[in-house]
Design a protein around this ligand. Structure first.
Ligand code: SF4
Length: 405
């Protein structure tokens, strides 16, 4: 037995197989954790991998980037008095093994329903977590699925928005090899409202999962200056400022942490400037700890006022007696820096209102999934949304004319 396998087998023996499975309930996509751990202990690796993959085709990605501390591990009974069972490591082992050993067995080859719905064509726009989970589940039900994406490769935000040190691209490539034969992939293709409307001339249903790629603007002066970038563009385009620059990141969510850690690893002095205290940051505790571990600094209780060629003007903030955040008058100061990265969330290119106004709606066979609906969310939540929408589309196509929800 390999060393890692031995360590994980020992870890799995700490599982109490709790009857009410709090770990499973704490997982957004209800991964059957105790069942998987039992299969792992019995060395039924392929079966365990198959269950994980069928439940959540993003399982390998989730095993690396999920917010474990607030989900499976945060709910684990073992964690009350000590250390939670490290299920993500077991999941990672199983998924890597499953995908590596089953590359040639395509979903189509295994698909029992492959002739059931083969005359029904479905378009999926966007190949991020929601789109891929939707496409996988629809293909598994025998539908003829085509996935469109405006990037060259599949993966959307988890390929282009999560840096290599958090999610190595080899994992995405492994998933791609396994999943690619279940649908046709059309890359480098973007859509506007008119093009989306036209899809119904060719397809029986359309799943729109275009994500949130438009950075939210910071409405302050100086945004047009050359040393200002948006975090999502910075990450997607692998921008490198060069070494020994002073970089300020505005915002404190997970994307801000990813941008800050990337800039730090490029050899820069990086500060995250945030209006509140670190504890109020929307980033996960682990992300904050990892950022600190990488040497990223935090400047809290400051609000951006204006970007100037020498850096950024910040203003100090505080909580008043009603716990409301207030700016401190006459507290503005120049924070000198070479680059400013804006990371105050992203929004979608199309609003749901705009889509509905153009009859791109459920009644007409259009479904929406993932971040487009929820705003920027985790890989696992987007995967669940894609899976749920695949069910809605199946109901829509098999019970047309009846209620399908
Ligand atoms: S909560 Fe923890 S100990 Fe209980 S079944 Fe889940 S992983 Fe095992």
């Amino acid at each position: 037995m390999k060393e890692i396998e031995k360590i994980l087998q020992e870890e799995s023996n700490r599982c109490l197989k709790c009857k009410n499975s709090p770990c499973k309930n704490g997982c957004p996509i209800n991964t059957p954790i105790p069942e998987i751990i039992t299969l792992f202990q019995n060395k039924e690796y392929e079966k365990a991998g198959e269950i994980l993959f069928e439940n959540n085709p993003m399982s390998l990605i989730c095993s690396l980037v999920c917010s474990f501390e607030s989900q499976c591990m945060g709910s684990c009974i073992r964690g009350i008095k000590g250390k939670s069972v490290d299920f993500p490591k077991i999941e990672n082992f199983l998924m890597k093994k499953y995908l590596e050993e089953n590359e040639e067995k395509t979903v189509e080859n295994k698909n029992k329903n492959k002739n059931k719905n083969k005359n029904k064509k479905i378009a999926v726009i966007g190949s991020g977590s929601a789109g891929l989970a939707g496409a996988f589940n629809l293909a598994n039900n025998g539908y003829d699925v085509t996935v469109y994406d405006n990037n060259e490769k599949i993966g959307g935000m988890f390929r282009y928005g999560i840096p290599e040190f958090r999610l190595a691209k080899t994992n995405i490539d492994l998933l791609e090899k396994k999943i690619n034969d279940s649908y046709k992939f059309v890359n480098n293709t973007s859509f506007n409202i008119e093009k989306i409307s036209e899809l119904k001339n060719t397809y029986d249903a359309v799943l729109i999962s275009t994500g949130t790629w438009t950075p939210k603007e910071l409405k302050i002066e100086g945004m047009e200056l050359e040393h200002v970038s948006y975090a999502i563009d910075y990450l997607k385009n692998n921008i490198n400022f060069g070494k020994n620059k002073k970089v300020v990141v505005i915002g404190a969510g997970n994307v801000a942490m990813d941008a800050a850690r990337t800039a730090k690893r490029q050899g820069n002095d990086v500060v995250i400037a945030y209006r509140r205290d670190i504890e109020s940051s929307p980033a996960t505790k682990v992300e904050i700890e990892d950022s600190l571990g990488d040497g990223v600094k935090f400047l809290t209780f400051v609000s951006p006022v204006k970007i100037v060629p020498e850096g950024i003007i910040l203003e100090r903030t505080y909580y008043d007696d009603n716990n409301k955040l207030q700016n401190i008058k006459n507290s503005q100061f120049l924070y000198s820096c070479n680059n400013v990265i804006i990371a105050v969330s992203q929004t979608s290119e199309f609003s749901l209102e705009l889509l509905e106004k153009n009859s791109i709606s459920n009644e007409n066979g259009y479904f929406y999934a993932g971040d487009l609906v929820s705003g920027p969310e985790t890989v696992v939540k987007a995967s669940l949304s894609g899976k749920n929408n695949a069910k809605l589309i199946d109901n829509y196509l098999t019970k047309k004319g009846e209620s399908y929800v």
